[in-house]
Design a binder for this molecule. Structure first.
Ligand SMILES: Nc1nc2c(ncn2[C@@H]2O[C@H](COP(=O)(O)OP(=O)(O)O)[C@@H](O)[C@H]2O)c(=O)[nH]1
Ligand SMILES: [Mg+2]
Length: 230
């Protein structure tokens, strides 16, 4: 499944000694992807459904088990409604936060389709975390925790129920994904002993870069990397 003769690629080391990790938010529209990014990056929540043109991009520096990692959070801006995300969007991802809404059954049913998109269009060494968002809406819940966990187990990915509204598990979800990526894409290459299991929560404060770029050019922005290898 992995590229490079079955081996994951080492993470790219960027400026200031921080590893660059490209994380993509995917899942049905309105399941809370933008809200999760805002909660993680700025620790805020808004009930507004904000739409922008292109892809919303944020930088967030975190320190995972001593490693400085610059998480590049790529958030779609409505294109997911039309399933029109380009291969550029998927092609160079290091990780995905695949989100559904626990109060919306179709959004959960569509996880299979999103998984298929990732498997066919993203690099084989990318990692995925499945995220059942809006856990605060327990009265409107139509997808049980066990259903989400079972599906995640079938795919061999981590699973968290989150609430962008309350902040429940939001940081944990991103740091769990970053920690998995660190183990596979940094430690394996440096021979650094890694403490597998519980993710570190010692993320640093936001680095503060935020911009919106056009989807069609998004994949061209990164230099020094091979084209998507899927
Ligand atoms: N109750 C609740 N509402 C949420 C949560 N996350 C997002 N929302 C709301 O769901 C709607 C869609 O959220 P948004 O982040 O724009 O979804 P996106 O289309 O996946 O980016 C907005 O009205 C949000 O306020 C959550 O955790 N709990
Ligand atoms: Mg959005």
């Amino acid at each position: 499944m992995e590229n490079n003769g079955g081996q994951p690629r080492p993470l790219q080391l960027g400026a200031k000694g921080a590893y660059i990790v490209r994380l993509l938010m995917v899942g049905d529209s309105a399941c809370g992807k933008t809200s999760l990014v805002l909660r993680f990056d700025q620790n805020v929540f808004s009930t507004k459904f904000v739409t922008t043109i292109g892809v919303d991009y944020r930088d967030k520096m975190v320190k995972i088990e001593g490693a400085q990692m610059r998480l590049q959070l790529w958030d779609t801006a409505g294109q997911e409604r039309f399933r029109s995300l380009t291969s550029n969007f998927f092609g160079r991802a290091d990780g995905f936060v695949l989100t559904y809404d626990i109060s919306n059954r179709p959004s959960f049913d569509h996880v299979i389709g999103w998984m298929r998109d990732i498997k066919t269009r993203a690099p084989p060494d990318c990692d995925i975390v499945l995220c059942g968002n809006k856990s605060d809406l327990d009265n409107d819940r139509v997808v049980t925790y066990d259903e989400g966990k079972l599906l995640a187990d079938e795919y061999g990915v981590q699973f968290f129920e989150t609430s962008a509204l309350t902040g429940h598990n939001v940081e944990r979800t991103f740091t769990a994904l970053a920690t998995t990526i660190k183990h596979k894409r940094i430690d394996e290459f440096e021979g650094t002993p890694s403490i597998r299991g519980a993710p570190s929560t010692d993320s640093a404060s936001a680095a503060g870069d935020h911009r919106t770029v056009n989807l069609s050019s998004a994949g061209e922005k990164r230099e020094g990397q091979k084209p998507g290898c899927c």
